[in-house]
Design a protein around this ligand. Structure first.
Ligand code: SAH
Length: 335
């Protein structure tokens, strides 16, 4: 079985899939994400998107979309923070791309006015303002090991009813021709088969109608090595052991996002810590701190550090924007 097919079943199989059958987020779940750490994250991301909407002439109708919204916390915080932006809420309709029924139910509690879709291509044709936080890392990947000028795919096999890794026969791959100059025999490279189509849809909507996308995830400019990770109860586990019981993710290859951003423009890849700092997280943290004491204050200070410090999420997570060639990059990002 291809690794991507194994990953897709592990994550989204209707009866056994990890996301399809549970809400894994939060301190008590398997992992915690930026919007669940602090309201400041969704507020600042929302305000950056709203400023882009203003900068592009405040289009009268637009789509505000989120891919893989988890519990809907980011969108709820973004909407609260942007209430005072004149005309913004009247212009938007809210669209979520989400396949998990369990998480759709949680999202409906947080943002009852949202409309749901299974794929980005179902989003309405209109100016598109889009947020994706830790969405692309959950898309299934394939891994290839270089063998001369050919590649062997990493496969999942079950010879005696026991899952184990296998390798396909070596074959040249046009798909990986661009990786021959920067890899050598034995190197592992990853591709995300679902990424090009999703990014192409987003970029062409934005180029045609206007809008902006903020893509936030852990990853780097180009994938190198085996980055597949299984997480359960905030601990790493073996990706083949806890089938459907663990979150499976891989680092996002932002160069691939950039490669598919035409005909729109893409911003410089920037760390989450720097982007949040530019958006004013420290001032916002100070304002919120005024109303807090004791454990709540302590918790708030830790959350600020966790989101921004280079040793925590600050450097590991990166932000890239896709925006029209004719517009400026959203606040926090630069061309
Ligand atoms: N953005 C949220 C949740 C991140 S977890 C946060 O930051 O808290 C990944 C999210 O993507 C979940 O909501 C999951 O159900 C959704 N997801 C994963 N694969 C998906 C797919 N192929 N299509 C749509 N949604 C998907």
């Amino acid at each position: 079985m291809r690794l991507a097919d194994y990953m897709a079943d592990c994550l989204m199989h209707p009866d056994h899939g990890y996301y399809a059958t549970r809400d894994p987020l939060g301190a008590a779940g398997d992992f915690i994400t930026a919007p669940e750490i602090s309201q400041m994250f969704g507020e600042l991301i929302g305000l950056s998107i709203a400023q882009s909407w203003v900068d592009q002439g405040a289009p009268k109708t637009c789509v505000l979309a989120e891919l893989g919204p988890g519990r809907g916390t980011l969108m709820a915080d973004a909407l609260r923070a942007t209430r005072a932006v004149p005309g913004f809420h009247d212009a938007l309709s809210i669209h979520f791309v989400e396949t998990s029924p369990v998480l759709r139910a949680a999202q409906a509690e947080a943002v009852p006015q949202a409309q749901w879709h299974d794929h980005v291509d179902a989003l309405p044709d209109a100016p598109l303002f889009l947020i994706a936080n830790e969405f692309f890392d959950a898309l299934p990947i394939r891994q290839f090991i270089r063998d001369g000028d050919a590649w062997r795919a990493r496969m999942v096999a079950a010879p005696e009813g026991q899952l184990q890794w296998g390798l396909s026969a070596p074959a040249p791959l046009a798909l990986l021709a661009h990786r021959l100059p920067d890899t050598k025999d034995g190197d592992v490279v990853e591709i995300c088969p679902g990424l090009p189509a999703a990014v192409t849809v987003i970029a062409s909507r934005i180029a045609q109608h206007g809008g902006a996308a903020l893509i936030i995830d852990y990853g780097d400019w180009q994938s190198q090595g085996d980055t597949l990770q299984a997480l359960s109860g905030h601990e790493r586990t073996d990706p083949l052991a806890a089938t459907g019981q663990a979150d499976l993710t891989a680092l996002v290859d932002f160069a691939e996002i950039a490669r598919h951003a035409a005909p729109a423009a893409f911003s410089r890849l920037t760390t989450q810590g720097v982007v949040l700092d530019r958006l004013g997280i420290t001032q916002r943290a100070q304002t919120l701190a005024k109303g807090l004491t004791g454990d709540a204050l302590e918790h708030h200070i830790k959350a600020h550090r966790r989101l921004t410090h280079p040793a925590e999420m600050g450097d590991l997570f990166k932000v890239m924007s896709i925006y029209p060639e004719t517009a400026s990059a959203p606040p926090g990002l630069a061309p």
